[in-house]
Ligand binder design. Sequence first.
Ligand SMILES: Cc1cc2nc3c(=O)[nH]c(=O)nc-3n(C[C@H](O)[C@H](O)[C@H](O)COP(=O)(O)OP(=O)(O)OC[C@H]3O[C@@H](n4cnc5c(N)ncnc54)[C@H](O)[C@@H]3O)c2cc1C
Length: 369
Amino acid sequence: MTKNIIICGGGVIGGSTAYHLAKAGAQVTIIEKDGIAAGASGGAAGLLSRPSVTNRTPLYELQKLGFAMHVELSKILPEEAGFNYDFAFSSRAHIATNLEEKQNLEHLIDEYQKSQRKAEWLDSDILQKTTNWIDGEQVLGAAVLPGSASVDAYRYTLALYTATERMGGIVKSGEVTKLIHEDQQIQAVEVGSQRIEADTVLIAMGPWSKMLEGNISQPIPVQPLKGQILKLRPKNPVQMYGFNYDGNYCVAKNPEVIVAGTTEEDAGFDTGITRSARDQILEFALNFSASLENAELIEQTACLRPLSQDGLPLMGEVETIKGLYISTGHGRQGILLSPSSGLAMSELILNGKTNSIDLSAFNPNRFIS
Ligand SMILES: Cc1cc2nc3c(=O)[nH]c(=O)nc-3n(C[C@H](O)[C@H](O)[C@H](O)COP(=O)(O)OP(=O)(O)OC[C@H]3O[C@@H](n4cnc5c(N)ncnc54)[C@H](O)[C@@H]3O)c2cc1C
């Protein structure tokens, strides 16, 4: 039976699901209230970090497949969309500032080498020469782990939608205000005064997804977690490296643009930029890269991550309403996780089960008491 599918929310999660559904031949309509990638999907740093070999969280497979699919997508999606989105590989230095941190990182390097993956320790002087910009006084050295990558998050998300439209998908402007269901089957969505019929609906509205929970009598425990990032233009072009320390990062997106972040702020739906966040991120960057002292600040942005109550995404079908699905709560890694999430959700919607990834840890019904 042909499905009539509506996706609520034009971010990267809705876009990737739409892309995979359209590839499989399904008819899909996306409804977005503010513009494609208007939320975090357009403002994200766009870093694609490979999962660590010591990572054994439920997210591991989703991250691993997400990274591998990004590499493959970068070879076809620019052509399918008709424009580039700046996919690039870069090496990542995990910094130690003292001996204890160095020992922990050396242990991590051993784990990588045991799994036949290249990883090495660089003392600060070698790191400085190799990268030409990771040269802060606090740097004792760093573990350089297998290459990560990055994209321009806004253009990547736009590429997913453009490719979907070229395959017959439809993007509509409007705010979904209500879900309509009868006899435990989804029937339609309401967009203002308009009713749009559908036998399948996906809620992919990022942190706004919670606003529909009253309609379905079950919790969608997702809240906004504000983050701010800076884009810096170094005085001289830099090597394609990035560094991480204590959850923060500074990464060369290209030799002339470095992205630095980030904050985690409980500020509701406020997306204003602040001077204190700017100073905090600059202080972090300068601690590890004295060369950035002369960099030009070219942009400061703020956006909202969709953070779930237990930190894991909600992905799957709503227990009590047939044809209604949720995919949200991808937190700090929605861009990385978008290809694997989109593929898995398209499989679930079209076949009633997934082949690529086991979604049981992400069951959206796990919060029903
Ligand atoms: C500062 C920052 C940096 C980040 N950096 C990275 C990174 O480097 N790598 C990475 O992997 N991830 C990163 N992330 C996380 C990533 O951006 C998010 O996980 C991801 O964008 C979430 O996508 P989404 O589609 O779920 O939500 P969103 O992008 O928020 O999309 C939801 C969409 O739904 C729309 N919407 C809301 N309500 C309605 C309605 N009623 N009707 C219709 N449309 C509606 C919104 O307008 C929005 O466009 C970062 C996030 C932040 C904040």
